[in-house]
Design a protein around this ligand. Structure first.
Ligand code: GLA
Length: 393
C-alpha cells in the first residue's frame, strides 16, 4: 500500500515536471493521427437508418473482429435530425429516441460514435443544418458523447454560387467551416472534424487550415467499378496535401455492397490503402460474407493504410489501362500497386529503379500472403479490373 502510494506520488511529480517542461502552446494531439477507420450508414442504409440499426452495426463490428482489426467509428450520416426546441437546441427525430444512450452503448463496445450536419440551413437530404447554431450544436454533440462530425456543405452551395465571384464564395465556405471548428474545440472534447464538399475549390490546399482532419476530394462514390476507379485513380497528384492529422478523403468504402466483384473490391481496398484514405466501411456489417470480411480486415492491407509515417501514395506511371502506384512506408519500405483497369487480364511490370530504389528489395504479394524473394522488379499477370499489391522491404 505504502509502495503504491509512493509510486503514485512519484508519478504525479514526474507528470508535473513534464508539464512544466512542455512548451506552453504545444498543440493537443490530433484526433486523427492515422486515417480514421470505421463504418458509416450512408452507402448502404441512406435514410433507412435508426437507433436499432446503429446498435446492430456496433455489435457486428465487434463480433466480426473488425474492431480488433482497427475499425473504431460508428458514424451516423444524414437523416437523424429532428427539430430545434424553443431554445434552439437540436433534437434527433423519432428514429433516434435517445442519442446519449446510443452513444453510451457504442462506447460500451469499445467503439466511438460519429454524427453528421451541414454548415448551411439544411443538410443534403433536407434535414436541419447547423447554420447559426454552431456553438450550440457542438455542445449538444459533446454532451451526447460524439467523437466525430461529418460536416457537409449542401445548402450553402446555392448561396456560394450567388456570391458572384470565386473569392466571395470561398469566404462564405471558409468562415462556415472555421465557425464549427472553433465550436468543436470550445467543447474540450476531441472530435474528428470531417469536411464534405466534394473537392470544390481545391479543398486539399486549405482543409487543414480551417481545422479539418479530413476533407472529401470528390463527389459521391457509388457501388460501381467505373465510379470507384474514376474517383480512386483521380487522386493522382494529391499526395503532398496529406499528413498525420490531415487526410484527403476519396469517400467511403463500397466493399460488400454487391455492385462489384471480389477482384474489384480488392482493387478498391488496395487503392484506398495506398492513398492513406479514411477507411469507412459502407456495407451492412450484420450480413457480411466471409469474403467481404476478409477484404475489409486484411491486416497487411490495413497496415499499409495506417502506416505511421502517414504518407499518401501516388501514381508512378500510367500506360493506357495499366497503372503503377506506390506509397512510402515507415522504415524505408514501400507499398506498390500494379493495377489493370481494362476488363481483360494483362501483364503489368514494375522496375524498382523507377520507384527510386537502388538495387533489390524483399518482395511480398500482400493479397496472396506470399513472399516472392529479393527482386529488382516484378512482372505479373493482373486480372481485369484487378490489382497485385506488393510490399517491398
Ligand atoms: C452528400 C454526401 C454523402 C452523404 C449525403 C447525405 O451527398 O456527399 O456522403 O452524406 O450527402 O445526404
Amino acid at each position: 500500500m505504502i509502495q503504491a502510494r509512493t509510486g503514485l506520488r512519484t508519478l504525479t511529480l514526474a507528470a508535473a515536471i513534464a508539464a512544466a517542461a512542455a512548451p506552453a502552446l504545444a498543440a493537443p494531439p490530433s484526433a486523427a493521427p492515422t486515417p480514421p477507420m470505421g463504418w458509416n450508414s450512408w452507402n448502404h442504409f441512406a435514410a433507412k437508418i435508426d437507433d436499432a440499426t446503429v446498435r446492430a452495426q456496433a455489435d457486428a463490428m465487434v463480433k466480426s473482429g473488425m474492431r480488433d482489426a482497427g475499425f473504431r467509428y460508428i458514424n451516423i450520416d444524414d437523416t437523424w435530425e429532428g427539430t430545434r426546441d424553443a431554445n434552439g437546441v437540436i433534437h434527433p427525430n423519432s428514429k433516434f429516441p435517445d442519442m446519449k444512450a446510443l452513444a453510451d452503448y457504442v462506447h460500451s463496445k469499445g467503439l466511438k460514435i460519429g454524427i453528421y450536419s451541414s454548415p448551411g440551413p439544411k443538410t443534403c437530404a433536407g434535414y436541419e443544418g447547423s447554420e447559426g447554431h454552431e456553438a450550440q450544436d457542438a455542445q449538444t454533440y459533446a454532451a451526447w458523447g460524439i467523437d466525430y462530425l461529418k460536416y457537409d456543405l449542401c445548402s450553402l452551395g446555392p448561396r456560394m454560387i450567388a456570391a458572384g465571384s470565386l473569392d466571395k464564395a470561398q469566404d462564405i465556405e471558409l468562415a462556415a467551416y472555421k465557425k464549427m471548428d472553433a465550436a468543436l474545440k470550445a467543447t474540450g472534447r476531441p472530435i474528428v472534424y470531417s469536411l464534405c464538399q466534394y473537392g470544390v475549390a481545391q479543398v486539399w490546399r486549405w482543409g487543414g487550415s480551417v481545422g479539418g482532419n479530413l476533407w472529401r476530394t470528390t463527389g459521391d462514390i457509388t457501388d460501381k467499378y467505373a465510379r470507384m476507379a474514376t474517383i480512386g485513380f483521380g487522386q493522382a497528384g494529391l499526395s503532398k496535401y496529406a499528413k498525420p492529422g490531415n487526410w484527403n478523403d476519396p469517400d467511403m468504402l463500397e466493399v460488400g455492397n454487391g455492385g462489384m466483384n471480389a477482384t474489384e473490391y480488392r482493387t478498391h481496398m488496395s487503392l484506398w490503402a495506398i492513398l492513406a484514405a479514411p477507411l469507412l466501411a459502407g456495407n451492412d456489417l450484420t450480413k457480411m460474407s466471409p469474403e467481404t470480411l476478409a477484404i475489409l480486415t486484411n491486416r497487411e492491407v490495413l497496415a499499409i493504410d495506417q502506416d505511421k509515417a502517414g504518407r499518401q501514395g501516388d501514381r508512378v506511371r500510367a500506360e493506357g489501362p495499366l497503372e503503377v502506384w506506390a506509397k512510402p512506408l515507415s522504415g524505408g519500405a514501400k507499398a506498390v500497386g500494379l493495377f489493370n483497369t481494362s476488363d481483360q487480364p494483362s501483364y503489368v511490370e514494375v522496375k524498382y529503379s523507377e520507384l527510386g530504389l537502388k538495387g533489390s528489395a524483399k518482395t511480398r504479394d500482400v493479397w496472396a500472403a506470399k513472399d516472392l524473394g529479393v527482386l529488382k522488379g516484378y512482372r505479373t499477370l493482373v486480372p481485369g479490373h484487378g490489382v497485385v499489391l506488393l510490399r517491398l522491404g
